[in-house]
Structures are given as C-alpha cells and as structure tokens.
Write a protein that binds this ligand. Sequence first.
Ligand code: SAM
Length: 212
Amino acid sequence: MNNKLLKIATLINIDDKVVDIGCDHGYLSIYLAKNKICNKIIASDINENALNNAIGNIEKERLNNKIKVIISDGLQNIDKDIDTAVIAGMGTNTILNIIKNSPIDIKKYIISSNNDYELLRRKMLDYGYFLHKEIVVKDNNKYYPIMVFTHEQKELTDIELRLGLYSIENRDYYNYLNNKYNKIINTIPNNHNNKIIELESIIKDINNYLNR
Ligand SMILES: C[S@@+](CC[C@H](N)C(=O)[O-])C[C@H]1O[C@@H](n2cnc3c(N)ncnc32)[C@H](O)[C@@H]1O
C-alpha cells in the first residue's frame, strides 16, 4: 500500500465506522481489516469495474465477512450508521459534490484531494466542517496533503486556509511550494500586475511558515 493510504490509516480509530469512497482496488479497506484498525468498514466506488477489482482482492485475503462492498455515487447508498468517510484520489470539485449531496451526517472526513486545496478548506466551512489536522505525505516524488475535517468549531486564519495547518513535519512541502511559486512568478509578464501581486502574497505566506 502507498504512503498516502498508510498515513490515512493512522487517522482512523477503533470505534470509527468507516466508508472508503472511491476505494478502487480496496487496498485501504483491506489494510484496515487485516490490522484490526476499526470494526466497521465499507469499501465503495461508483465504478463497477473498480469495485470488482476490490471484491477480488478482498476475497483473496478472505476478508469478505469484515468488509462490506457497496456500489455508490459518493455517500448515496451508504449505511446510515457510518460516521467516518475517507475520500482520496479525486479532484476537489468531485469531493465537494459528494459532501454537499451526502444524505448522512458524517462526523469525520479524511480527505486527500488531487487539486485546489485552498478551495477545499474554504468550502468545507460552508458545509459546517473545520480543518483539524493536516499532514503532507510524499509518494513517488509528489506531495499529498491529507486533511481531517470535523464539526468541532475552530478558528482558522487566512494563511491556514491557504496553506493548511502549520506543522514542522511539513517543512519539505513548504520548501517545495516556495520553489514552485518563485518559478511561476518569474514567468509572468511584467504587465500582469494582479497575478504578480497574488503570487507575491502566496510566497509571503509560505515564507511566514518557513521562518517559524
Ligand atoms: C484514483 S482512484 C483513488 C483510489 C484510492 N482512493 C486512492 O486514493 O489511492 C479514484 C476512484 O474514485 C472513484 N470515484 C470517482 N468519483 C466517484 C464518486 N462520485 N463516488 C464514488 N467513487 C468515485 C473512481 O471510480 C476511482 O476508482
């Protein structure tokens, strides 16, 4: 299993009733069941082929009685007692649609989006969820922020919404962002003033984190 899914597994507690939305091959669910990380596990996907792969892998591990498999668009067909949802490896728009249309009140979302992290953090506030933890993992030379959202209220600053919650463990990631945005700013023509101002503000925030 990759680093991202391993890290997600560390954010799950024994009493959590978990659905893995977009489970694909079912690796996370299998890991949770095999290591007895929690007692209720649903592996779910919108795509029948993906789900068939998951079913095959679950059967190979003889975990059929530990993992329920459900075809579902987001949380539409999921058991009502589920309180924890993992959504990883999708774009922010898809993730936000799943959350907006959820018929279940999920207590904890563990999310690893492929893009638009700031939009995700801000929009989750509109849906009544506050960012409580953020860990960045590196897999195949790519950084993946993993975010935990709950209903528990929390004041979030603008810089936290933009860059995520500060952690000394994420320094590598901040250095990567610093290089990335400095490269981008150097390619912007001088007459694109607004873009330059926006990028300077992001770089200032990144340096704020780097200088802590
Ligand atoms: C790239 S895979 C991610 C697999 C795994 N979660 C991970 O992070 O490594 C994305 C999966 O999400 C599924 N998916 C996309 N939209 C979905 C939706 N609305 N509801 C459920 N699953 C969805 C796709 O079918 C695909 O299997």
